[in-house]
Ligand binder design. Sequence first.
Ligand SMILES: [Fe+2]
Length: 368
Amino acid sequence: MSDTTVSQSAVETLDIRSSSPVSGTNAALGEEVAVHLHPQGIPLFITPVSRRLKTDIAAFKAWLVDHEEAIDKLLLRFGAVRLRGFPVKGPEQFGHVMSHYPVAAMGYKGGGGPRAEIAGRVMESTRTEKDRFIPLHHEMCYQRQWPLKLAFYSNIVASSGGATTIGDIRRFEAKIPQRILDEVRKRGVLYRRNFRDGRVPTEGWSGQLLNIHRPWQEAFFTEDKADVEAACEAGGLEWQWLDDGSLQTEIRKSGFVTHPVLGTSHWFNQISNLTALPTSARQWYTLTPEDERNGGRYPNAVLFGDGGTIPAEDVKLLRQIEDEIRVDEPWEAGEIFILDNILCTHGRTPFEGKRDTLIQFLGSGSND
Ligand SMILES: [Fe+2]
């Protein structure tokens, strides 16, 4: 096993009857559900008690619509709510039961990971190889617009591993050294990305680099450079076409965001996830000497906003803190997992067997 993977033995899902009930929640959610908190603090589990909500998809949809506001309030408090044991079967039903939530304006144009659209607003969660650990991150926070909330759905559960791992941003921030917070606040963050030309031969490239270094044709869902340029303009990206046909984009962000409802300021960047550290452990991808043949054009690089390098030791420290706060609760088939994209980061543990997890973006936010 390489140093980029995390071993995870087959684990039983949590028996939520043994976890803590949460005061003050059932009044808002009604008598047909039970509410329990994960022993590690998040997520909050909501499970059906009535036979109707266990078996009738129309009844569940109606319940979800009636309790949208109550669930929103729980998301502000906990950041992560899991709906376990409801009768949701397949991507179409997942799309249907969440259809009352606002759509995200930007779709996944220009997104970083390999993924495909499935049905309507329902997308694959990721195609990143199964032995890769996807570190905790805020979805698309490197874009001008990003989803306010995420809803995941487990269609097929891996035989082992494959948790959608999460992290409470407020616990994470409490552990970051003040000097790192201050430095990022002062200098901001620059995301530089390279999208290869899908028509250029890639013999000799490693599978993982091919997977993570996406062609611009795939990332922007078009073959037409003019469409790509329009999407970059709309997304606030500076762009240039390089001599190998690849596209380089840059965007500067503050690295923080003000929560639109709470008004609180939070760490909101992908420094720990996307910084190019070829030899570091727990890296999303690890460049090999063969990969350097693409001219060292990293699929993703994160720098300080002034172009300065972010110290590797600090990135490693951020990853250590993420490991301390991560919650890797395995999926049960049919579960829906709603996250506040500011208050809760997410990633994925490596897995074995077949795994099918889908995602919808709910609503959109924007910041500098
Ligand atoms: Fe993600």
